[in-house]
Design a protein. Structure first.
Length: 133
């Protein structure tokens, strides 16, 4: 139903807004959870529908210092985005950056750096910085 997908997307977007406010972390988490519930239960767990709220929740987990939870959500997000959008799409790369942030937060810096370097050329090209070392 387009109405439910729209509601899920609005909730995920509002959650992103709340993440950027001083006291909005709890509100963001509530919106992302509600958006995920709508996407997973009422829209038949559509991969595209659950991706935005999942990435929002990964961001909330990172902000709350829950890097292990963020890592698990981001790993699943990379799987979904790679399947739906392709492994080199900008959307998949954005999810990978959340995964890298979670790895960094866990002190797994070498693993994070290795993952970043694997996609660095594509990331640099997308960002218009083709000549970075």
């Amino acid at each position: 139903d387009g109405g439910l997908l729209g509601l899920s997307n609005v909730l995920a977007s509002r959650g992103l807004f709340y993440l950027g406010t001083t006291h909005g972390l709890k509100l963001a988490e509530e919106d992302f959870k509600r958006a995920y519930k709508i996407a997973s239960e009422e829209l038949g767990n559509s991969d595209l529908a659950v991706l935005a709220p999942m990435m929002g929740m990964a961001s909330v987990h990172l902000a709350k210092g829950e890097a292990n939870k963020a890592l698990e959500v981001a790993k699943r997000g990379v799987e979904i985005s790679s399947k739906v959008n392709g492994p080199t799409s900008p959307d998949t790369l954005a999810v990978k950056l959340l995964l890298i942030a979670a790895l960094n937060s866990l002190g797994r810096v070498d693993e994070a750096e290795q993952l970043y370097k694997k996609d660095q050329e594509l990331l640099d090209r997308l960002m218009g910085q083709e000549n970075l070392d």
